[in-house]
Design a protein around this ligand. Structure first.
Ligand SMILES: [Zn+2]
Length: 266
């Protein structure tokens, strides 16, 4: 049996393992950043929609106050005209106009009250949220209950966290870029070599790795496949010790002696 072929494959697995361990240095940071980004978008939207409501309230209030002032001026004007009225008919006509303006003012006042009540309601709801936060009952808090200041603080915290994590990730990527690059080049060369020397082994390797397995080639550990811990039959030990390989009956991985990995490292 030609053992040099399996050595070529172990070398490829060794390179793969090295890249894997570099990627694991990123400690799930990319996924963490994505999740934080989603929270940031959600929080920003909440703040924006509250701001829009507040802006609308302010605009409506200003408009209503202007309308009321206008009515009041008209009333003053009508009352002045009444002192100059030449007869009852003229006087009554002006009274009706004053009445109309007073009704307009009353309606505007109701609308202003509605806004005040809406603001009070949302403040009460936020007060409830603040109580729940104080009692750590976060799962009971609805969107409306989040107090404005807490929401703004949350946004700032998220921004800071994202910046921090991005910085951390970037420095890891920069630090490891050269190594990853050189490993990828080595892997490419190794694959070409195996493709010409032992195509079937390479196919087996790729097939195993196309599934959920990261490690297609594993060490024999305490007489078992170190991928799945299934015992390797005794009559295969000699072959493995001699530098051959065994296909695990349980997981399908290629089992070799650990010496081969040491050699691949060298
Ligand atoms: Zn196995």
């Amino acid at each position: 049996m030609d053992h040099t072929k399996i050595n070529l494959l172990v070398k490829l697995q060794h390179l793969d393992n090295q890249i894997e361990s570099i990627v694991s240095l990123q400690k799930g940071l990319p996924e963490e950043i994505d999740a934080l980004d989603e929270d940031l978008v959600f929080t920003s939207r909440q703040i924006e929609s509250r701001k829009k409501i507040a802006d609308d309230h302010l605009k409506t209030r200003t408009h209503l106050h202007e309308a009321i002032n206008e009515c009041k001026n008209k009333i003053l004007n009508f009352k002045e005209k009444q002192t100059l009225a030449r007869n009852n008919k003229e006087y009554d006509a002006l009274s009706k106009q004053i009445e109309y303006e007073e009704k307009e003012i009353a309606q505007a006042d109701i609308k202003l009250q509605d806004i005040v009540h809406a603001i009070q309601r949302s403040q009460e709801i936020q007060k409830k949220g603040r109580l729940l936060i104080a009692e750590n009952r976060y799962d009971e808090i609805t969107e409306d209950m989040m107090p404005d200041d807490v929401l703004h603080q949350q946004l700032e915290d998220l921004k800071k966290q994202i910046d921090q994590k991005k910085e951390e990730l970037e420095s890891i990527v920069i630090e490891t870029a050269e190594d990853v690059d050189s490993l990828k080049k080595k892997m490419k060369a190794q694959r070409l070599l195996i493709a010409s020397e032992a195509k079937r082994l390479l196919d087996k390797y790729d097939h195993l790795r196309s599934g959920v397995l990261n490690n297609a080639v594993v060490k024999l550990n305490r007489n078992a496949c170190s991928g799945c811990n299934t015992r390797v039959p005794t009559n295969r030990h000699t072959l493995i010790v001699q530098g051959g390989f065994y296909l695990c009956e349980s997981c399908g991985r290629i089992v070799v002696h650990e010496r081969l990995f040491e050699e691949a490292q060298g």
